[in-house]
Design a binder for this molecule. Sequence first.
Ligand code: WT7
Length: 647
Amino acid sequence: MSGKIYPVDPAFAAKARVTGEQYESLYAESVSDPENFWRRIGGRVDWIAPFSQVKDVSFDADDLHIRWYHDGVLNVSANCLDRHLTHRGDKTAIIFEGDDPNDSRHITYRELHADVCRAANLLRNLGVVKGDRVAIYLPMIPEAAVAMLACARIGAVHSVVFGGFSPDSLAGRIADSQVKLVITADEGLRGGKKVPLKANVDEALTRPGTTSVETVLVVKRTGAPVAMQTPRDRWWGALVAGQSAECAPEPVGAEDPLFILYTSGSTGKPKGVLHTSGGYLVYASYTHELVFDLRDDDVYWCTADVGWVTGHSYVVYGPLANGATTLMFEGVPNWPDTSRFWQVVDKHKVTLFYTAPTAIRALMREGEEPVRKASRASLRLLGSVGEPINPEAWEWYHRVVGDGRCPIVDTWWQTETGGILITPLAGAIDAKPGSATKPFFGIKPAIVDTNGQVQEGACEGNLILTDSWPGQMRTVYGDHQRFVETYFKTYPGAYFTGDGARRDADGYYWITGRVDDVINVSGHRIGTAEVESALVAHPKVAEAAVVGCPHDIKGQGIYAYVTLKAGEAPSDALRKELIAWVRKEIGPIASPDFLQWAPSLPKTRSGKIMRRILRKIAENAPDQLGDTSTLADPSVVANLVDERLIR
Ligand code: WT7
């Protein structure tokens, strides 16, 4: 942690949406009188039938319910499109920047409205009705946003699956929510490489539990030949072209589901995080406007893929609800070269830029020249999300990318929270590199010790939230009990984030990372249990234990300990085979960075694997193993320490 403070820039504050004084008074109101605060903020959305109820929440595990604006009726897509047509119809809604630097285009609000209406009519004609689940497995192309908004228009529930996930991962998600229709593309294109999306869908749909899928719509992206199965598979382009560009938005209850997004937990399969319509849109749009200090002429670019929550709230819903210009980038930061981000910033005169620490660290390694050769004069604010940003990366982002003139907002939140919860507001809160700083309006963080006692003042412990906010997830799709158990049982009466945090004497929060068995790899969540179950599914593997390890670029890497079945011999070839196996089972983001052979694993006498010890070995801290006296066989550890892969 660096002790440096970057005070609010007075010139920025003079024009900012929120100043320091306003932050203090609004925050005080938001937590002392949430009912009236959120009643007022709820008015930023267009309601078909206005709400009279604001907040109806209990965090009590026996009576858990979270409802916001629940008698209100709205349509999310109408809020993102129709209401902008009178004043902003010709304003650019989406700037598409393709993988190929010569491929870009602007889509106005009017055009986007027509595209979404056609797609919504198509879905309706294919029998999709309110409440049906639609999986979206697309690259970062405008059709991804169109598909999401088309679902929202007819009240269907989308489940976007990141294009980097394997056929098995896609199948698991399709089966879990009994998806009726899948929208995909022939191929994806990233960094000049092709991703066989349609072929992956074909394979996924051979897996058990996926027979609910009636239709697969295929967007032509690369034009590669793909197998089309009749009558299941249909071309998106030909069908949407024949639809009417008018489609009446379906009235949707505030608490009707908007989307499901699967995310990894500490145990079991990924869970379907369910977000609803009214509160989510209020929260996503409000945070987007204030955290990014949005103005009408901004060009806003969030580099996240729509396969993650950041892409939902801060590429699509927040920006479009606010009538902003949002940039969708299909490519990667280092292709055709490591200057790409900054070329795109110059090309489209990007003013607000939001990316992940892993990207900053990777680009930092390439030196300043690729950044300096672009002007970046349009930039006025920078954001960070996904994992703790180390102060060195923060300083580089500020000094080099922002030329020392752009404030940085380090935004802490989660798939579950729907929107940003802890963040600086650039005109109001002095920055400290590495700290997400202070809670947003309405957010009540607290830090608890291991006994669940809430700590006061400067302290360190586990991070909980003691009250609700409108963007909070409502349940785990199909498994409400899991929702209760995962988030509300550890610290009764509060939402447990799974993160550790420190609060300093100024009341600033410093997120220290996950305290559960979740690894944060390049800002993406991987459950250790998922990787372990993929490994033990291999015929030669007897047992596996997976932990996080430090990684210069990714933040955390994946470190696997593998015990082979009797008679199997370790070899480099087998190591490669197992890594490739996990990649195939889950997707490239879950590939172990390190795989150590473990003749046996350290276990307690009751047979529980002692991960604490495995974590320390993976961190190259064999002198910090702590108490090993409860191990069934302490000699196991000496071998693992001797053979450790990081030194
Ligand atoms: C986990 C949530 C939020 C959208 C992207 C990730 C970590 C996220 C920060 C930050 C420190 C952060 C936390 C959190 N995290 N942002 N600014 N500083 N840590 O969403 O996949 O649901 O992951 O990401 O550990 O719990 P997610």
